[in-house]
Design a protein around this ligand. Structure first.
Ligand SMILES: NC(=O)c1ccc[n+]([C@@H]2O[C@H](COP(=O)([O-])OP(=O)(O)OC[C@H]3O[C@@H](n4cnc5c(N)ncnc54)[C@H](O)[C@@H]3O)[C@@H](O)[C@H]2O)c1
Length: 254
C-alpha cells in the first residue's frame, strides 16, 4: 500500500492552497512525492506554502489565479500543459461561505458564491480533463462539504453550491469512469481553518452550536482533512469512484 500512496513526482494541482484545508492537502501530497501546483489569489501566501514544502524536501510551484474566473483557469491549464505536459490529479478546494437568510441574500452575493464554490469546479474539470486523460490512473477530487448533504441555519447559497459539487462530481464519474478517470468529492465537517476561526472570533457563527452536532465533540484540524484528500487522489484509492466521502467526526450521523 505504501508504494501506491507515492506520487513519484507526478503533478497535482491544488486550488485554494494558500491556507486551511488546501494548504494541508498540498503539504500531504508533497510529502508523498507529488510535484504540487499551488493555486490561490495571493502570491505571498502561496510563496509561504512553497517555502514550507521545500524546507521539508518536497517540490512545489505557485500559480496566482482566481478560479472563479474562466480566463484564469484557462491560463492555469496552459501553464501546467506548457511546463509539464501532464497532470495526475486536481484537487478543487478553493471556496467561500456567506451566512444569511435567503430573504436577505442579494443576487450579487448569490452569483459571487456560486462562482467560487461551483463554477470554479466546472471550469477546472472542463479545462483539465483532456490533460488528465493522458495520464495513467488520473483523478479529480472536488472539495464539497457536509452542508451539501444536510442543511444548516442561514447558509442557502453555500448548501446549494456544495450540493451542486456533489452532484456534478457524481455525473463526471458516470461520464469518465470507463476512461479510467476517477472522480470523487470529499465532504469535510467543521474544520479549524483560518477562515472558520475567523467566523468564531467575529461571532458570525456559534462554535458550541456547531460542536453539539459533532459526535467526536471537536473540530477537525486541517491535516485531518488533507490526509484523506491526498489518499483519495493517490493510487491507493484506486477503487473509490463517484463517491462523496464524509470526513466529519460524525456530524451527519446524528
Ligand atoms: N473549514 C471548514 O469547516 C470546511 C468544512 C467543509 C468544507 N470546507 C471547504 O473546504 C475548502 C477550503 O476551506 P477552508 O476552510 O480551508 O478555507 P480557507 O479560507 O482557510 O482557505 C481557502 C483558500 O482558497 C482560496 N480561495 C478562495 N477563493 C478563491 C478563488 N476565487 N480563487 C482562488 N483561490 C481562492 C483562499 O485564498 C484560501 O487560500 C472550501 O471549499 C470550503 O468550502 C471547509
Amino acid at each position: 500500500m505504501l508504494q501506491q500512496l507515492k506520487f513519484n513526482g507526478d503533478v497535482v494541482v491544488v486550488t485554494g492552497a494558500g491556507s486551511g484545508i488546501g494548504r494541508s492537502t498540498a503539504e500531504a501530497l508533497a510529502e508523498l512525492g507529488a510535484t504540487v501546483v499551488l493555486v490561490a489569489r495571493t502570491l505571498s501566501k502561496l510563496e509561504e506554502v512553497k517555502a514550507s514544502i521545500e524546507k521539508s524536501g518536497g517540490k512545489a510551484e505557485v500559480f496566482v489565479a482566481d478560479v472563479s474566473k474562466e480566463a484564469d483557469v484557462k491560463a492555469l491549464r496552459a501553464f501546467v500543459d506548457e511546463k509539464w505536459g501532464r497532470c495526475k490529479a486536481i484537487v478543487n478546494n478553493a471556496g467561500n461561505n456567506f451566512v444569511s437568510l435567503v430573504t436577505d441574500l442579494s443576487t450579487q452575493k448569490w452569483d459571487e458564491l456560486i462562482a467560487v464554490d461551483l463554477n470554479s469546479v466546472f471550469y477546472m474539470c472542463r479545462e483539465f480533463i483532456p490533460l488528465l486523460l493522458k495520464e495513467k490512473n488520473p483523478s479529480i477530487l472536488n472539495v464539497a462539504s457536509t452542508f451539501g448533504h444536510i442543511g444548516h441555519p442561514k447558509m442557502p447559497v453555500y448548501c446549494a453550491a456544495k450540493g451542486g459539487v456533489i452532484s456534478f462530481t457524481r455525473q463526471l464519474a458516470v461520464d469518465y469512469g470507463t476512461q479510467g478517470l476517477r472522480v470523487n468529492s470529499i465532504c469535510p465537517g467543521p474544520t479549524l481553518s483560518p477562515r472558520v476561526k475567523g467566523y468564531f472570533d467575529t461571532g458570525r457563527t456559534d462554535p458550541t452550536e456547531t460542536l453539539s452536532k459533532v459526535m467526536l465533540g471537536r473540530f477537525a484540524q486541517c491535516d485531518e482533512i488533507g490526509n484523506v484528500a491526498a489518499f483519495l487522489v493517490s493510487d491507493a484509492a484506486s477503487y473509490v469512484h463517484g463517491a462523496s466521502i464524509l470526513v466529519d467526526g460524525g456530524q451527519t450521523i446524528n
